[in-house]
Design a protein around this ligand. Structure first.
Ligand code: ADP
Length: 490
């Protein structure tokens, strides 16, 4: 049995507020704090992207394909909210000027080598800082290979014999595919290059390396954990996930309800709460002004998202004209696929008094959209968990979503279920069904008493980490017990 608090090294490539492109950062910035509050000795390891401040701790060489790269370790911490009295979470920043001092986090030709370096460095870190984890908690494809390196290289050392690896898949679509040569960079044996190992149609698949070698796999909602075992959602990995079903968990994400709090959010011009959400109307007017829209009393539909196929922007492409000829305004904040950026710019040009648009990543504006909109759009093709709908609910903005993944687990249709409904839900992915859901939103807006009851209900729901964090502790315990048993029997 493990003595003392469970030691967890939580490896992620983005952590709010230090570096963020999407939902992973929100999870990595809040779940570890919730777990620390439950008494775990959890620490985060993150690349040191340029400008993240941190105090020098140590440095060490990392062997990459017959040469050495230096990992400089700096330390910072995630402080708890002032009124929470929880301990801070240490964050180790792995610094390497060549790999991480760049403008963007992802999308470079040498990404395979960058994440190979980070995967090796985070494993070597433990001994350097005297923190051998009971659980190595890996997040997404970039650090998938660390599970394979742990199993093939570290587990045979007494110090790491009982370290368990957990892999959380935040989005199965992103897998990290590279040529076979990357195995040499990772320091993994070429014998692993076969379909039951890390090979995926002639390439090395970083996520698959994690899925095959992690002791437990987790994804971020119960529905997505089921969906990914089907060909429709499995992104070519469904058969492997069926094989690993006994070790596959689905734990719904929470949000940091201190950070996402309309009563205290410094980005929101007029703070408000579930007991008095009157000021929300003034936030709407401020948002309309900020984005150059007339301050009309029409429903405002907010959309804050990466602009990628997953999120359903093709539906807006089909419906834009139809919807924008109605009495409503659409406010979009996003960045991504140039096709969708162009489509949105075009809609803005054609409907300048109906469309508010900001192309780019802008966290404070996102908060003002959550606070100032009446409805929040998430017509996703698939959605592992989705945080936008949870933040929307917290800010009294009614989600309009497609029933898939975590959206199906968190949003209940208010026309179908009058008691528990908190949003508008459609099932089939298609323009007609999306349109019908938006029309139901317009009808709701025309019934203020019903709308207000729904706003208050959503704001009072609890989407904080409490219960899910306990789910993680249970998964960690089960996984360490399994590893202990298997090494005892070895
Ligand atoms: P995903 O992780 O697939 O991007 P989620 O809904 O899980 O989607 O999380 C998205 C997070 O990123 C939310 O906090 C959302 O507000 C934020 N976000 C997405 N795009 C932007 C943007 N352009 N500017 C600011 N925040 C954004």
């Amino acid at each position: 049995m493990t003595k003392g608090p469970l030691k967890v090294l939580y490896a992620a490539t983005e952590v709010t507020p230090l570096a963020k492109t999407g939902g992973l950062a929100d999870v990595a910035g809040s779940l570890p704090r919730a777990l620390r509050a439950l008494g775990l000795d959890i620490r985060i390891v993150l690349p040191r992207y340029k400008n993240i401040p941190g105090t020098y701790v140590t440095d060490f060489p990392v062997r990459l394909h017959g040469r050495w790269e230096t990992a400089i370790v700096r330390e910072t911490r995630l402080d708890p909210a002032p009124d929470q009295g929880r301990p801070a979470v240490p964050v180790y920043l792995i610094d390497n000027y060549r790999y991480f001092h760049r403008d963007e986090l992802y999308g470079y030709p040498d990404d395979g080598e960058r994440w190979a370096f980070f995967s090796r460095a985070l494993l070597a870190l433990g001994e350097k800082i005297d923190f051998i984890p009971d659980v190595l908690h890996l997040n997404d494809w970039q650090v998938g290979p660390a599970a394979a390196i742990l199993r093939t290289e570290y587990r045979s050392q007494p110090l790491y014999a009982q370290t368990a690896a957990v892999l959380t898949v935040h989005n199965l679509e992103y897998q990290g595919l590279f040529g076979k040569d990357i195995l040499g960079v990772l320091g993994l044996p070429t014998e692993l290059f076969h379909p039951d190992g890390v090979e995926f149609y002639g390439q090395v698949n970083f996520l698959k390396a994690g899925l095959v070698f992690a002791d437990s796999i987790n994804t971020v909602s119960p529905t997505y954990a089921e969906e990914i075992r089907t060909p429709e959602f499995g992104q070519g990995l469904d058969r492997l996930l069926v094989k690993r079903a006994a070790d596959l968990y689905g734990i719904i994400n929470g949000i940091d309800d201190q950070f996402f709090n309309p009563a205290t959010d410094p980005c929101v011009p007029f703070n408000y709460s579930a007991s008095d959400f009157g000021p929300k109307r003034r936030n709407k007017a401020a948002l309309q002004r900020e984005l150059g829209l007339p301050e009309n009393d029409v429903p405002v539909f907010g959309w804050v998202s990466r602009l990628v196929d997953q999120k359903g922007f093709d539906l807006l492409g089909k419906l834009g004209e139809d919807l924008l000829n109605r009495k409503l305004q659409l406010v979009v904040l996003g960045k991504g696929d140039p096709r969708y950026e162009g489509m949105l710019r075009d809609l803005k040009k054609r409907f300048p008094t109906k469309v508010g648009l900001h192309i780019g990543f802008n966290a404070p504006l996102a908060q003002r959209i959550y606070a100032g909109s009446d409805f929040f759009l998430m017509p996703s093709r698939f959605e592992p968990c989705g945080l936008g709908q949870l933040i929307g609910l917290r800010y009294g903005t009614i989600p309009v979503v497609r029933a898939t993944g975590g959206l199906a687990d968190t949003v209940i249709d208010c026309d179908q279920d009058q008691r528990h409904g908190n949003g508008l839900v459609f099932s089939h992915y298609g323009a007609e069904d999306f349109r019908a859901a938006v029309l139901r939103a317009l009808a709701l807006y025309a019934a203020p008493a019903r709308l207000e009851a729904l706003v208050g209900y959503g704001m009072r729901q609890d989407f904080s980490w409490g219960q899910s964090a306990r789910g993680y502790v249970a998964m960690y315990r089960k996984t360490t017990e399994k590893v202990e048993k298997s090494t005892a029997g070895a």
